[in-house]
Write a protein that binds this ligand. Structure first.
Ligand SMILES: *[C@@H]1O[C@H](CO)[C@@H](O)[C@H](O)[C@H]1NC(C)=O
Ligand SMILES: *[C@@H]1O[C@H](CO)[C@@H](O)[C@H](O)[C@H]1NC(C)=O
Ligand SMILES: *[C@@H]1O[C@H](CO)[C@@H](O)[C@H](O)[C@H]1NC(C)=O
Ligand SMILES: *[C@@H]1O[C@H](CO)[C@@H](O)[C@H](O)[C@H]1NC(C)=O
Ligand SMILES: *[C@@H]1O[C@H](CO)[C@@H](O)[C@H](O)[C@H]1NC(C)=O
Ligand SMILES: *[C@@H]1O[C@H](CO)[C@@H](O)[C@H](O)[C@H]1NC(C)=O
Ligand SMILES: *[C@@H]1O[C@H](CO)[C@@H](O)[C@H](O)[C@H]1NC(C)=O
Length: 479
């Protein structure tokens, strides 16, 4: 018996040396960190022996009607299972959980029944999607970067108006982390005057199925006070589903002054009465902002408009310098100008006094919404909804897949403009919470431009919680 097996293994090694991949192999592409199924079926006749191998490495075995982990390689420990209830129907598919870069390769599904043996090969490819591209711009350089991609993507640059490819002096740096994922940063030298061009960078996935594009334009506008001013912001490409914001920065923190989302169709305008935006034009990609009576004190500063769509983000940064009206320079109006300054200062104070309590109230309301929403709303990976406030009970992954015990807490909401940092998301595992896991729970800040999570706005994702989890914790936003 042992001899036959030894011979068989030698034969296997020999035959695998001959053929690394075969056109009959099934090809499967798995998303890194996701669960993935390697398909395999056989003709069911009585008891079956199932062995999954990666090259010669034992991945998962099943005989005597149960899983056998004695020979399993450490690399796959706790990450494999079969669909045990489907085995009698000829299903020997392998569920591989939390796929890693190192999992790629050729797998063999060996099945043996009374009627004979069978070998099926599966080629596993892995990929990590491009989630977001961050573009930054100084007066000399434009930089685009993206993290955690696999395989390495291609980066291309373009400008509007177009310029020759040779003129785009770019350099791209690729680095890998310990998980084998790539961070790609590409830099481009600005062509002469920064305000002359809109810059585009695109990250193209290796299999060309995904293109993530970011664009940025910087401009300066000097404008006389009191005269209506339109701050241009036009999306370079038509967008269907997007969220849109105008942010204003003077000496203080950036403030969102306008927000619109095609999904919720909700409009927010902090400067109601002072600033206007045509919604019909916005839907066609023109988000220009009209300032009725720009004021030196109140309206000078940086205006940033952002279109965030599916796999794209377009940003225009406009530095607005409101200057003294040229009419008021003559002697007669010096006095008037004094008065107007005093009046506008008084108005400014008045506005602050009026707006401050409003502001505080608004913030408090938002904060309250946040904690209400996120307390205990969760789902078990795969979409089964669970109320965390329910009587504590073990979630042990009886959701279709018998061994899928990942609990993912996903907080989502409409706090689109409140950017959360990792410190602002926290998870309180309450007394009595039991976790059996290999890795530390991972708390991610969810970005609204995450291509997977379009429309989810900002939030926190708690993942990598494996094992038996007592659904007895809460996600807090410390806003
Ligand atoms: C799987 O991919 C290989 C190349 O990687 C190809 O030769 C083969 O035809 C593919 N098999 C199927 C079934 O598509
Ligand atoms: C085996 O069962 C799983 C779970 O129901 C299913 O997803 C998979 O497609 C099946 N595979 C085959 C080869 O029938
Ligand atoms: C970027 O640089 C590479 C060489 O470094 C060059 O081949 C390419 O044309 C440049 N331009 C763009 C748009 O990628
Ligand atoms: C930028 O555009 C201005 C006109 O808008 C032009 O005068 C200038 O030469 C341009 N600069 C470069 C470097 O192309
Ligand atoms: C850049 O162009 C803008 C107008 O397009 C102009 O006001 C500015 O003076 C230019 N700057 C330089 C350094 O040429
Ligand atoms: C926009 O969103 C709607 C609803 O979510 C969806 O049906 C539609 O396919 C989306 N369009 C694009 C271009 O993504
Ligand atoms: C605004 O423009 C005026 C006149 O052109 C200039 O003196 C001032 O320095 C500018 N301010 C800023 C912040 O650029």
């Amino acid at each position: 018996m042992a001899e036959t097996r030894g011979l068989l293994i030698m034969l296997l090694i020999f035959s695998e040396k001959l053929l690394l991949t075969n056109s009959k192999d099934t090809n499967v592409t798995c998303i890194i960190f996701d669960d993935c199924i390697l398909p395999c079926s056989f003709k069911p006749t009585g008891t079956v022996v199932i062995h999954w191998y990666k090259q010669q490495i034992p991945v998962h075995s099943y005989y005597y009607n149960k899983d056998q982990f004695g020979l399993q390689n450490k690399h796959f420990s706790g990450r494999t299972c079969l669909f045990n209830s489907h085995i009698p129907h000829g299903n020997a598919s392998l569920l591989l959980k939390r796929v890693k870069v190192q999992d790629k390769g050729r797998y063999k599904c060996y099945t043996s029944t009374r009627k004979g043996n069978q070998e099926i090969f599966v080629n596993l490819e892995v990929k990590a999607l491009i989630h977001s591209v961050i573009m930054e711009m100084t007066d000399e350089m434009v930089t685009c970067s993206s993290h955690n991609i696999y395989p390495v993507p291609q980066v291309t640059w373009a400008t509007d108006p177009p310029s020759a490819q040779e003129a785009l002096e770019n350099s791209t740096i690729k680095t890998t982390d310990h998980k084998g994922l790539f961070t790609v940063t590409s830099m481009l030298k600005i062509l002469g005057n920064f305000s002359n061009y809109t810059y585009f960078c695109s990250f193209i996935s290796a299999d060309k199925t995904q293109v993530w594009t970011a664009s940025r334009k910087k401009q300066d506008i000097t404008h006389e006070e009191g005269l209506a001013l339109s701050i241009p912001c036009i999306a370079p490409h038509s967008l269907q589903n997007f969220s849109f914001t105008w942010t204003f920065t003077s000496s203080n923190e950036p403030t969102v002054i306008f927000r619109y989302d095609t999904k919720t169709r909700h409009t927010f305008n902090l400067w109601e009465g002072q600033a206007e935006l045509d919604q019909d034009l916005l839907l066609m990609g023109d988000g220009s902002l009209l300032l009725q009576k720009p004021d030196i004190e109140e309206h000078s500063g940086m205006y940033t408009c952002t279109f965030s769509g599916l796999q794209s983000r377009y940003i225009v940064e406009t530095n607005i310098n409101i200057t003294i009206s040229s009419i008021s320079v003559d002697e007669q109006s010096v006095q008037r100008s004094w008065w107007s300054t005093a009046a506008s200062a008084a108005f400014f104070l008045f506005t602050i006094i009026l707006a401050l309590p409003q502001c505080i109230k608004l913030r408090a309301m938002e904060a309250r919404t946040a904690s209400h929403r996120y307390n205990g709303a969760a789902f078990v990976g795969g979409g089964l909804h669970k109320d965390l406030n329910a009587t504590p009970s073990y979630i042990n992954g009886q959701h279709e897949v018998e061994c899928n015990r990942q609990l993912q807490i996903e907080a989502q909401g409409e706090l689109a403009d409140i950017k959360l940092t990792a410190e602002e998301c926290s998870v309180d595992l309450q007394p009595g919470t039991k976790i059996e896991q290999e890795e530390k729970p991972l708390l991610n800040v969810l970005d609204d431009t995450n291509s997977d999570a379009w429309g989810k706005s900002h939030g926190c994702i708690l993942s990598h919680l494996y094992g038996y989890v007592r659904p007895n914790f809460e996600v807090k936003f410390n806003t």
